[in-house]
Design a protein around this ligand. Sequence first.
Ligand SMILES: *Cc1c(COP(=O)(O)O)cnc(C)c1O
Length: 378
Amino acid sequence: MTPLYVARPLLPSRADLDILLDEIWASRWVTNEGPLHNRLEAALSRRLGVPVARLFSSGTSALQCAMLALDLPPGAEVITTPLTFPATAHAISACGLKPVFADIDPDTLTLDPRAVARAITPRTAAVIGVHVYGTICNDAALQALCSQHGLRLLYDAAHAFAAEKAGVSTAAMGDLSVFSMHATKLFNTIEGGLVTSRDPALSERLQLARNFGIASEEQVKSVGINGKMSELHAAIGLLNLDAFEHERDLRRDLRARYDAIVATFPGLIPQARQGDVVRSEQYYMLRVDPEIFGASRDDVYDRLKQRDIHARRYFWPICTDYDSYRGAPVASLQPVPVVERVKTTLLCLPFHSGVQPDHVQIIGDVLTDLSASRPAIP
Ligand SMILES: *Cc1c(COP(=O)(O)O)cnc(C)c1O
């Protein structure tokens, strides 16, 4: 069997892509907000139901441009979760701001609004919630807290494309939401990013931020970077936008199959089930409680790897384990933050339409093997 990885990029057919590449070659308009780029922005704005949908070269450049567009004061503190991909915290630092970490909710593993409240200081300017694994943040509580303290609320929605909670799209939460369209994400443009907002006033600021702050031939208006998406990436996006729902349906079936297996093992805890949501189906995350399951997360990871099934220990290490932020405090309601207790239990299984019944069988066998190796209770 070929190796199985946690993600597999959704790719359009070469024939469909060729038609769009012919358009690009005919016009020689290859980047700088070209026709395909603009078509994709319009399509995303329609699909996600928000007036503002701006494309970027990556999720990371989108995060940076989102903060530039909000014009946060230099050196201000931005509160976020330590349980995320490095890009969230690093984008804050790269913008000359200071990441401050707050603990996660023990059930959803998303930013705990009560922990955020403890992390707020007079220097706090913004909060970035992360819909980690596609589990949607407690938006109502975060929004209430941010409104009360005059803070901006951003979401890193890299795991939550086209997801909804109580009929509200993740694209319409907070001041703005940032998506990644990296190859590993459900909807991808190979490399790419997106910022969405309900606030039309942010549209121009986002555009300036991704294009060096250039307002016209004669005016450079604000600090900006090169965060633009090329026509080639936009072409992939236009085609994948028609295809991702089918991929998501296949992942829903896979989730049900994984759930059925996980439910048979005490000590394996599935991802939080949220009511009234449309799931992004970005990741299948489970927690391994070694005391009850009889083997550790790393045991499961190693044993799967021996069978060429490459799960990922997302997100471990957490941000406060990185050299850049080591020793930074995590504001928490507990003496030991929840995130410290769960970080060694998290495992993301391969989750895409390339996962075959044979793979699922092997994963089930590995779990059975490991749990059976647990010493009998006297
Ligand atoms: C993928 C990801 C990013 C970064 O996106 P890139 O497109 O790779 O720059 C940011 N945050 C989270 C949570 C991610 O998973």
